[in-house]
Design a protein around this ligand. Structure first.
Ligand SMILES: Cc1ncc(COP(=O)(O)O)c(C=O)c1O
Length: 355
């Protein structure tokens, strides 16, 4: 007889990672930072004493983050990637019989995290242009709603929630419901109208803002994310966390990255500039690309998604494929731009033929 597992866990599809690329292809499937690690980061990792446990409270890193954000130490939490904090917050606020509300399509880890917490996902389709339908989301709040995840820029559509939309939305959310603003790609946002979480914390006592070192800071492999919000909510997240999971090399690397923030911001600016050229090229080719604000663009290829991804692969572009909705392509190396645009032109020609 097999061991009895929780049926909802046994039925879960494991988290799908972005596909690795062949040596001669570009891996644009995981929204990673294409730049090599900063030398100071490598030096910091090398200086770590890995025979010792890390500081489980990550005090030095949290102090540094608290100072940057102008909040108290206990209003900052760090986790082994922001996805770990998402899991902790879900587990802390939602259990059996509770609902977690989010837009769909959004970050593909959300459904699994909710199921693991024992709660139920309630999803609201994104609008035709890939943006959150915050009106409909506010309307979907019930007495059982415990957590609302708002992803801006939204993975995979790269669209933002505006400050005005978010304010109107928060006015309709009961203060007893936790709202998590997932800003994993916040550093890539250039639209001045977009909501920006840290400044909103003073206004909303039920808000937690999530950021990560994985994307703009280029530390995806080391796993460090952070949250800012009310201390008692973050304490609850800390209580659910696996102890000591943010390693010392990761803490040191994050501090080194903050020491060199200006240089890393210049890399972000390069990615943003490249994003603009890719957006323009895709639109010129005939793609109706939503205004991208993350380090990725969204191709709404619909029923032709798998065929379109095959065309991209023939041009050496490995992207993230979400049939039957579309394809998310990360902004990668400069050398990937031309093959991507050539592939996109071929996809448009294919779509026109099939129309
Ligand atoms: C929207 C969003 N949130 C959170 C994460 C998690 O990032 P990490 O755990 O590396 O901080 C990702 C990663 O792709 C993401 O796309």
């Amino acid at each position: 007889m097999p061991v009895i597992l929780r049926p909802e866990i046994a039925a879960l599809v494991p988290y799908r990672q972005g596909r690795p690329a062949a040596a001669d292809a570009f891996k644009l499937s995981s929204n990673e930072n294409p730049f090599d690690p900063h030398p100071a980061v490598l030096e910091a990792i090398g200086a770590s004493s890995v025979n010792r446990y890390p500081d489980g409270a990550a005090v030095v890193l949290r102090e540094r983050l608290a100072e940057r954000m102008g909040v108290a130490l206990d209003q900052v939490h760090v986790g082994a990637g922001s996805v770990a904090i998402l899991q902790q917050l879900s587990a802390a606020a939602a259990g059996a019989g509770d609902e977690v509300l989010y837009a769909w399509r959004s970050f593909e880890a959300y459904p699994g995290l909710v199921t693991v917490a024992g709660a139920t996902s309630v999803t609201v389709p994104v609008l035709a242009d890939g943006r959150h339908d915050l009106e409909a989301m506010a309307g979907a709040i019930t007495e059982r709603t415990r957590v609302i995840l708002v992803c801006t820029p939204n993975n995979p559509t790269s669209t933002t929630v505006t400050a005005d939309e978010f304010a109107a939305f928060m006015a309709r959310v009961p203060e007893t419901v936790l709202v998590v603003l997932d800003e994993a790609y916040g550093e890539f946002v250039t639209d001045a109208a977009a909501a920006e979480g840290f400044g909103l914390l003073v206004r909303h006592p039920n808000l937690v803002v999530l950021r990560t070192f994985s994307k703009a800071f280029g530390l995806a492999g080391l796993r460090v994310g952070y949250a800012a919000g009310p201390a008692y909510i973050l304490d609850a997240a800390r209580s659910t966390a696996i102890p000591l999971s943010v390693t010392e090399p990761a803490q040191r690397a994050a501090l080194a990255a903050l020491d060199h923030e200006e240089e890393l911001a210049a890399r972000v600016a390069t990615i943003v500039e490249r994003r603009g050229r890719i957006r323009d090229g895709l639109r010129a080719a005939g793609f109706d690309v939503p205004e991208p604000q993350g380090n990725f663009v969204w191709l709404a290829t619909g029923a032709h998604t798998v065929a379109a991804a095959e065309v991209l692969e023939r041009h050496g572009i490995v992207a993230r494929v979400f049939p039957p909705d579309g394809i998310r392509v990360s902004i990668g190396e400069e050398e990937s731009v031309d093959p991507l645009l050539r592939a996109a032109a071929e996809v448009v020609a294919m779509l026109r033929e099939e129309a």
